[in-house]
Ligand binder design. Sequence first.
Ligand code: NAD
Length: 488
Amino acid sequence: MTTATVEGVEVDTRHWIGGERVASELTFTDISPIDEQPIAEISAGSSAEVDAAVQAAKQAFIGWAAMPRDERADLLRKVADGIDARAEELARVETRDNGSLLRSHRRSVMPRVGMNFRFFADFAEKLDHPGGEIRGHRERVSYDPAGVTAIITPWNAPLMLATWRIGPALAAGNTVVAKPPEWAPLTASLLADITHEAGLPAGVFNVVQGTGAQAGAPLTAHPGIRRLAFTGSVPTAGVIAKAAAPNIVPLSFELGGKSPLVIFADSDFDLAVSLAVEQFDNSGQVCLGAFRILVEDAIADQFTEAVLAKAKTIRQGDPRDEATDMSCLITRQHFERVDGFVRRALAAGARAILGGSPNDELGHLYYRPTILVDAEPGSEILTEEVFGPVLTVQTFSSENQAVEMANNTRFGLAATLVTGDPDRAERVSAKINAGTVWVNCFFVRDLGAPFGGNGESGIGREGGIYSFDFYCDIKTTVFSPKGWTTND
Ligand code: NAD
């Protein structure tokens, strides 16, 4: 079988290498988290397929890098059009594949996927080469394509996270080998069809399916890659950094988080409550999620009660149902991991004021929205990334203590502050150690703004010019006023 029909959409289950579908002898089973049913048998790539894809990308790089920027941008805008045209199919397949809400895919995720191509195509066209002057010499800065780019991504927002790297890499003039997540591999295959239909030359975009160990590892160690963008967990990042080190490949890492939501007594109360409950989105499988709620003790009881009341109205169920607010976790393995964190926290003295266990009515991989209080300071539940629908609530009594608690983490991806005092917002945001700080809002993202994490949350920044700083080889050329044999 080389295709699977998922939610009425035919998906090719093979790799996409050099403009052709390529099958592997071995396959792995893709299981839907909604009901734990197998939905596709996917080609399981290994070093042979990775090598073929890198060679194809190297070949294609010559023509793609030389193509005028505006022509490249036009092709990428056609990819964006193709994504928009097939957004509903992509949404349905992704929902079946990773269990995220269909309504979110329709409303925000798939439009953003198209934007990941359109924004960076437009941006690349305007990449300027500012001409400076140094002691009478003219200076030029140019953004040159760097080569084959490896892109390895996770399952929690598979197509959005992959295209956030693929868009700028291709717009920079690089060619790409993508290794999608084995727990949600399907929409990457549909993207390959879309790039083909849009007219991308063979080999410019390649997809090698497979597990991290079998397909990811040989890609990260391949001497033919010139950039490596990885989104995933901290332990995997360590393995990848070692594998890539001998080839001196520039890395961009977007990793985990344990972000705080800091709520001051002067905040807009309803807004603070809404922002807290919003953290259950995507069943808490969100790198940016602010799962550590820190609330000023003067309003702590009232706040916790209000969050509890609102969280109780969350409708959990099948993600294909428009009325569902929260669905399931991605795999049995991940489900056990999340449950393990909660069980250990409860055994260590934390109290669940909501949830704290699987949803037995729904069965399968449905875990109840969970709020834990009274966790021991420094305990695992307050320091490790759970990546599930689990919030903790702690209290603070002063601004300094709030900052200290917010920064008490190895991570530094994001932080959210809720306060009614603009001076406090300035003071506290300046002291917070995070790549992104939201004040009285959450998840507002501009593709032109730098995005990334501090500490164990990552290496580098992407977005706008920061993406091109990573994906390009930046060159300075200095022209002397002397030595010319013609005056033209
Ligand atoms: P993961 O690290 O297990 O896997 C991510 C990808 O790496 C997958 O495609 C996997 O196949 C591949 N991989 C695994 N081992 C590999 C190896 N040895 N060599 C090469 N590739 C390998 O992460 P996950 O569980 O899929 O994703 C969840 C993690 O991703 C969380 O920590 C989350 O915070 C993080 N994340 C971060 C961001 C961000 O923007 N900072 C966004 C989303 C998710």
